[in-house]
Design a protein around this ligand. Structure first.
Ligand code: SRM
Ligand code: SF4
Length: 579
């Protein structure tokens, strides 16, 4: 349990402690007739799934900012029942900015909600099977899984089952959410009895006996915490970027045996601060399925008790593992676990998978994976995506899974409805055949950045469509018209679209300029490296063309762009292209 108290806690640590389990000053300020919250309430608001933002396009010197809230859902494995989808769609019009945003962790975000409408928005989400509790803040975030709804491959089912159960295990237990947003009405918990038992069991001092939060205590975790669960070979979840990555291990009969465990991934960094860095998770070992909750509690408790609570730039678990080394980290986890962790089970090579297009799901029904550019569900002059999706979900009452690549898979489709659904979408200009989508667009992601993100240095979501088209045009010019590669962009170095795992990434560094990262693996198992600190967006073609020409000349047969940059190394690339 917590040993010596740190000397000088980060300011937010005291706030958490004073908040009475995430109640104040949020509850009081919510009652006040103001357009925005104070800095202290903003910090507590995050745990309830909301960020205070302002529309940066509307900033006018000397005038109050155009304050608005972003709300994020917590839905493990990206599962969105039709009722929730339709409620979110209505909310986007009633209180939001007429769009919904699929996130890189398989959640939905609404933007543009005024403070006075926040309570009504959360109430409607919860009444329609949604939740925002713990979507942000220093707690376990949305748990990711592969989104493909295969019913005949039991491994996928185990991912969803354990994503739900571990999400319940680590959900904040405070009554604050229900008191503040739902007038005290606690919704019925569908939690499995084994989860409740695991949460309260005191494995070697992992829980607090006093107060409302057995696992988190009064101070919650030192920083955000992220988990993904996948099946062998499927890296649709970017497993190595997670604080904890689990891979389900089954026997020949498809029965769950246990999990391979990886820990210590994380991508957030700050420009020009070498002590902050993106990091790939380390292999920790294998645990049997009966030990999984205790193992999760053991890792979370290790970060809770030994993670840095003084310097928030150094408080993610990746820094603890990096500073301690994997051996010391594993030894501490084993102390909390009460037993040794076994060696990893052998796994096949991981693949990038996006599951777009029409597929059989293994029980006679179909699913359709729809590419949604940067996750933005909206209508434009030429694309009526939001209208068409609403019509399909409403008419056929279909569930969906949001994907880690910001797309949506609609599932449980009766084959008899395939043609009609395809027709509705195609009429709205939604492309249902992924082979008709440019592979760069298909595999690319951008974070929201401007105008909602307060941390953005550059454009991202609004810039990427143009950048993708320009990359394709350079590739055509150099004679690589069909080349596939994973391109990602973010408006700052925090890494929300996981750029450091892309083959080619642009990370906002100065207004209109980006750091360029090269050399990530096409299956997201290796980190890219920064090639240049500042590429002005106008110089995109002159920067990329010589590198693409070199790639065309020197690449091995069917070698990917990321693998090529990694194999050749930056020194040789620089020598050849002259910068
Ligand atoms: Fe993120 C902060 C958006 C996934 C690392 N992220 C933010 C905020 C809330 C900005 C803020 O703090 O004021 C952004 C809101 C923008 C907006 O206008 O909506 C934001 N992050 C997002 C989303 C919506 C990006 C997207 O394109 O979908 C993703 C929401 C996921 C979800 O549903 O929970 C999102 N953020 C990520 C990821 C990727 C992931 O989790 O797989 C990362 C990198 C992985 C990691 O955590 O190591 C990520 N976001 C950050 C960080 C840096 C954390 C760090 O360790 O340093 C921040 C800033 C912070 O925490 O201080 C941040
Ligand atoms: Fe904002 Fe930076 Fe995250 Fe983009 S990467 S959403 S700019 S915090």
């Amino acid at each position: 349990m917590v040993s010596t108290p740190p000397v000088k806690l980060a300011k937010v640590e005291a706030l958490k402690q004073r908040s009475n389990y995430l109640r104040e000053p949020l509850a009081t300020e919510l009652q006040q007739d103001t357009t925005h919250f104070t800095e202290d309430a903003i910090q507590i608001l995050k745990y309830h799934g909301s960020y205070q933002q302002d529309n940066r396009d509307n900033r006018v010197k000397g005038q109050e900012k155009d304050y608005q809230m972003m709300l994020r859902t917590r839905n493990p494995g990206g599962f969105i029942p039709p009722q929730l989808y339709l409620a979110m769609d209505e909310l986007a019009s009633e209180y939001g900015n007429e769009t919904m945003r699929i996130t890189t962790r398989q959640g939905f975000q609404l933007h543009g909600i005024l403070k006075k409408n926040l309570k009504a928005t959360i109430q409607k989400m919860v009444k329609n099977l949604g939740s925002t509790l713990g979507a942000c803040g220093d707690v376990n975030r949305n748990i990711m899984t592969p989104p493909a709804p295969f019913k005949n491959l039991p491994e996928y089912g185990y991912c969803w089952e354990y994503a739900d159960k571990i999400a319940d295990l680590l959900a904040p237990q405070t009554g604050a959410y229900y008191e503040i947003w739902l007038d005290g009405e606690k919704s019925v918990s569908g939690e499995a009895p084994e989860v409740a038992k695991a949460r309260s069991s005191n494995g070697n001092g992992t829980i607090f006996h006093e107060g409302e939060e057995p696992i988190y205590g009064t101070q919650y975790l030192p920083r955000k915490f992220k988990i993904a669960i996948t099946v062998p070979g499927d890296n649709s979840v970017d497993l190595f970027s997670q604080d904890i990555g689990l891979v389900v291990i089954t026997n020949a009969q498809g029965e769950l045996q246990g999990f391979n465990v990886y820990a210590g991934g994380g991508l957030g960094r700050t420009h020009n601060k070498e002590e902050t860095f993106a990091r790939i998770a380390d292999p920790i070992g294998y645990v049997a399925k009966d030990d999984i909750y205790t193992l999760i509690k053991a890792i979370v408790s290790t970060q809770r008790d030994y993670g840095d609570r003084e310097n928030r730039r150094h408080s993610r678990m990746k820094y603890l593992i990096n500073d301690w080394g994997v051996e010391k980290f594993t030894a501490q986890v084993e102390k909390y676990l009460g037993k040794k962790i076994e060696p990893l089970k052998k796994l096949p090579k991981f693949k990038y998978l996006d599951f777009l297009g029409w597929h059989e799901q293994g029980d006679g029904k179909l699913f359709l994976g729809i590419s949604i550019e940067n996750g933005r569900v909206h209508d434009t002059a030429t694309l009526k995506l939001r209208t068409a999706l609403r019509e399909v979900i409403q008419k056929y009452q279909l569930p969906m899974r949001l994907t880690p690549h910001q797309n949506a898979l609609i599932h449980d489709i009766d084959p008899a409805d395939q043609e009609a659904i395809d027709k509705i979408l195609t009429a709205a200009n939604v492309v249902t055949d992924p082979n008709k989508i440019d592979s760069i667009l298909r595999m690319s992601m951008a974070c929201p950045a401007m105008p909602t993100c307060g941390l953005a240095v550059t454009e991202s979501e609004r810039a990427l469509p143009g950048v993708n088209a320009r990359i394709r045009s350079v590739l055509k010019e150099v004679g690589l018209p069909k080349l596939k590669m994973v391109v990602r962009m973010t408006g700052c170095p925090n890494g929300c679209a996981r750029p450091y795992l892309a083959e080619l990434a642009f990370v906002g560094s100065f207004p209109e300029s980006y750091q360029v990262w090269l050399g990530g693996a096409p299956n997201q198992t290796r980190l890219a490296q920064p090639y240049t600190e500042r590429m002005h967006i106008n110089d995109l073609e002159s920067f990329l063309k010589p590198i693409f020409v070199l790639f065309k000349q020197e690449r091995k047969k069917s070698e990917s762009f990321g693998d090529f940059c990694d194999r050749l190394g930056f020194e040789k690339i620089r020598a050849a292209v002259g910068y």
